[in-house]
Design a protein around this ligand. Structure first.
Ligand SMILES: [Zn+2]
Ligand SMILES: [Zn+2]
Length: 241
């Protein structure tokens, strides 16, 4: 399993970091985790197109995690190649309602030549291609989930935006990598983690690596030293598990 960081930033427009999103590459499929502004363009920058994506997982519906979903759908109908292969999208509670509302605003996104499968995580694992995915409610807004992807003996957990969460600690138990919203080094902001609150999760879950992402500009001035298992995400970074 390989993880490519497409974005490591937030809702704050930045030339350095687009909104946090990841490409997970397994033997049999390419998965997008979150799809905020500029993510479709980032795919191209890193040599992929929308047609290469088989699965999209969405941690929650905030704009910085979903704005390019309509861009993606539109490109499936009106891109260089019309999409014909199925697309599977899963998110927390309310996925169907979100899609229906989006397609009321943008009726051009309704699939022309491909099958779209929408799924709301309810607690049980989903098996598709060579992956098994599970989600757990996290502490941000009502539909927010952390998502765990297991494939070929490796696992990656994506927290999405969250505050301290026991569910996330359980989901990330022993995982190879926890890719985590650690919005600020020290500042306490409700609904987000900082290094202190994250450490409580890391102590419980003991992940092999912790990739800090969803980084607000405060991180650029951070002068503290990060030790293993912590790593700071950069757009374009690639991690092989
Ligand atoms: Zn959010
Ligand atoms: Zn966010």
């Amino acid at each position: 399993m390989k993880i490519k960081v497409l974005g490591s930033g937030t809702a704050i427009p930045s030339l350095k970091r687009v909104s946090s999103a990841y490409l997970v590459i397994t033997e049999k499929c390419n998965i997008l985790v979150d799809i905020g502004p500029s993510v479709v363009r980032r795919l191209l920058e890193f040599g992929y197109s929308v047609d290469d994506i088989d699965v999209i997982f969405i941690t929650h519906f905030h704009v910085d995690h979903t704005a390019d979903l309509s861009t993606f759908f539109f490109a499936c109908n009106y891109g260089e190649v019309m999409r014909t292969k199925p697309l599977f999208i899963a998110a927390g509670h309310g996925m169907l309602r979100f899609y229906k509302n989006l397609s009321k605003v943008y009726p051009w996104i309704l699939p022309k030549l491909y099958e779209l499968k929408l799924y709301s995580f309810q607690g049980e694992a989903v098996e598709i291609f060579d992956i098994k995915a599970r989600a757990a409610r996290v502490n941000h807004n009502k539909e927010s989930v952390g998502i765990r992807i297991d494939s070929d003996g490796k696992s990656a957990v994506f927290s999405g935006d969250t505050d301290y969460s026991v569910n996330l600690a359980k989901l990330a138990q022993g995982t190879d990598i926890l890719v985590v919203d650690c919005a600020f080094p020290e500042k306490k902001v409700k609904g987000h983690l900082n290094l202190n609150t994250l450490e409580r999760i890391v102590k419980k879950a003991v992940p092999k690596k912790v990739l800090l992402s969803h980084l607000y500009p405060e991180w650029e001035d951070y002068r503290g030293v990060l030790h293993a298992p912590y790593l700071m995400a950069e757009d374009g970074m690639e991690i092989l598990l």
